[in-house]
Design a protein around this ligand. Sequence first.
Ligand code: APR
Length: 318
Amino acid sequence: MGSSYSSSRAEKILDDLTLESVADYIKSGKCQNIITMIGAGMSTAAGIPDFRSPGSGLYDNLGKYNLPFPQAMFEIHYFKRHPEPFYDIARQLIDREYKPTKAHCFIKLLSDKGLLLRNYSQNVDGLEIQAGLPDKLNVEAHGTIRTSTCMKCKAAYSMGEMREKLLDGGEGVPTCDKKEGCLGLIKPDVVLFGEALPRRYAQYSNSDMGRCDLLIIMGTSLQVYPFCGLPHYTQPSCPRLLINLMKVGQDPDVPSGWFIRKMMGIKDPGLDFDSSHAYRDVFVQTTCDAGVEKLASLLGWTDELNKLTAEVKPMTWS
Ligand code: APR
């Protein structure tokens, strides 16, 4: 993505680096193109483990599969040779009831108020869509489990069909029966390491990030490129709010950040919450749900958010 980061003098928009100032900025009406960026930390409250939280994260709980390294499970070449661990985890997660969280509903509320430019999600659970977010405002950068495809004949499978194959088909891996004799391996339409991101990602992010006038990052370790590079492409004056259990996205946090940023022509030195030069990045160390609850309260949106959260329905495996 061509860096839209201009080196123009950064205008300081927020009065100070607090959630209250972010709320004042939203209430001022000057903020019309909010982008949200979310990760697995947003769905933990829905009962879906994240990847890197020490102890509870998926990558800390894969020992029994004897993987060469934890992420191998989500690496395309490994998956093609050894899909069993992936589908063993899928079996454990499938068929439970997952409901969008308050944070998913907050994104929907931003959309209802005409303030959301786009939601960029690393999650494949589809909970933001289940919360009612219009498809055109949502980019699932790492794909989705809502559909699957045969890797051999490209036949399409629904979540309901995959549920049936996984739960009724014993311990094996799901193979294709839509084309006579195919028996190809079926893979959910998720983006594994080594695969290209959906076209939609570049198509939208190329223009979105330069238009963004408030970036809200929630529930992500910002460890995986190109997604974690998105904050660098905002205009220098664009305030960036991180609601997360851990402080992330600062230069040393991002793997070989300086090198990749140089390669991608990014001038922005990463999120800066604390230095004497900090002027636009706000960190709120809390859960996604508690963070949006506080922000909604500051905005006077508590009742609307609680209504959306109460009315939202769980995902069905159909
Ligand atoms: N509220 C706020 N933050 C949370 C919560 C919560 N309830 N639960 C966890 N977190 C934080 C964790 O502290 C961590 O910083 O969310 C972050 C989750 O980080 P990861 O587990 O690395 O998830 P994510 O950033 O989405 O991973 C990115 O890595 O494995 C690949 O493709 C996979 O899309 C995934 C990508």
